[in-house]
Design a protein around this ligand. Structure first.
Ligand SMILES: [Zn+2]
Ligand SMILES: [Zn+2]
Length: 320
């Protein structure tokens, strides 16, 4: 039976000829992440890095590793969790989030839909149904979450927002956008978002760009970060799940194909991705960055009759 190629101990990881015990897998994983950070110049010394934590294993792993190496990287780290207010799901992940932050001694912040919009996602969906609006939980959530991550990172005083997208997430999004002919979106899949064209837009970085989902999972398990297995009760993106199974099946028959798909994306970005960043406007209502005249958050809130709550909150927090 194979043993760890570094020390001969019991292995926990075998992939493409590499065999590691938990100690040497940890070293491999952390080295790879730190290499990604330096290769793509994701973080600079002195930066305040806000980590977008969903509460799942990937984002807790990202928090854990950036917090562990914050001194070496010369950065300050704050974990930011957006509380949508989903009963039976978010309340539980918040407990785990606080427990992890306490254990690793990390700074954290919570921002809730209820604070900013006046209602939880559960209540927004109820209201939306009453008003006869389309009630897709994930479309509200996707828009509001992105909005609050950017706004929240700024409220905290962050310079950059780090997200835990791993290699699997990235190539899924790549193929998904090929299949749906959303070529523009592919150009946003860079490990560091380029657009500096709006003063209120916080840069995004993806330190897990080159690590696999199974690797972040293993890292989370080894470091005791595996939260209770609990999924969001609202329906997941079905098409993304199909793409995920498709890629995993390809990988089984062609080990290493995931790296090849990532290389294809990197070549595409190299060739077409250096275009001028798209022009970003300021939303006429809230002033946040948007590609339209009025941002989608404001449009949703207007339809729901909740726009005033956002205005009050922004006023309270002050001019950002
Ligand atoms: Zn070993
Ligand atoms: Zn707006």
């Amino acid at each position: 039976m194979d043993r760890c190629m570094e020390c001969g101990e019991e292995p926990v990881y075998k992939y493409l000829g590499k065999v590691y015990c938990s100690k040497h897998f940890t070293k491999y994983f952390e080295d790879k992440t730190l290499e990604t950070i330096s290769k793509y110049k994701l973080l600079r010394r002195g930066e305040h890095v806000v980590i977008a934590v969903s509460g799942g294993k990937d984002s807790l792993s990202l928090l854990y590793i950036l917090n562990k190496y914050r001194e070496r990287l010369g950065i300050r780290v704050t974990a930011l969790l957006i509380d949508e207010g989903i009963k039976g799901y978010r309340d539980i992940t918040i407990e785990d989030f606080k427990e992890v932050n306490k254990r690793i001694n990390a700074e954290y912040r919570l921002i809730s839909y209820e604070d900013v919009f006046g209602l939880s996602l559960d209540d927004i969906l109820k209201l939306s149904r009453e008003k006869g609006l389309p009630t897709y939980a994930c479309s509200y959530c996707g828009v509001f979450r992105r909005y609050l991550l950017n706004l929240g990172a700024r409220v905290i005083g962050g310079d950059v927002l780090a997200t835990a997208h791993n290699l699997d997430d990235i190539i899924q999004t790549y193929l998904l956008n090929i299949f749906t002919n959303s070529i523009e979106r592919i150009l946003h899949l860079h490990p560091r978002t380029e657009s500096a064209s709006h003063i209120k837009f916080i840069h995004r970085v993806k330190p897990f760009y080159e690590v696999l989902e199974m690797e972040t999972t293993l890292y989370a398990i080894i470091n005791g970060l595996y939260p209770r297995f609990i999924e969001c009760p609202y329906a997941p993106e079905a098409f993304r799940n199909d793409i995920r199974s498709f890629i995993n099946q390809l990988e089984e028959e062609n080990p290493g194909i995931k790296y090849k798909i990532l290389n294809s994306l990197l070549a595409t970005l190299e060739r077409y991705g250096s275009k001028e960043p798209p022009r970003i406007n300021s939303c006429r209502i809230c002033g946040e960055p948007t590609s339209q005249e009025i941002c989608r958050t404001c449009r949703y809130l207007e339809n729901l009759g909740l726009l005033n709550n956002l205005k009050i909150w922004i006023n309270e927090v002050g001019q950002l």
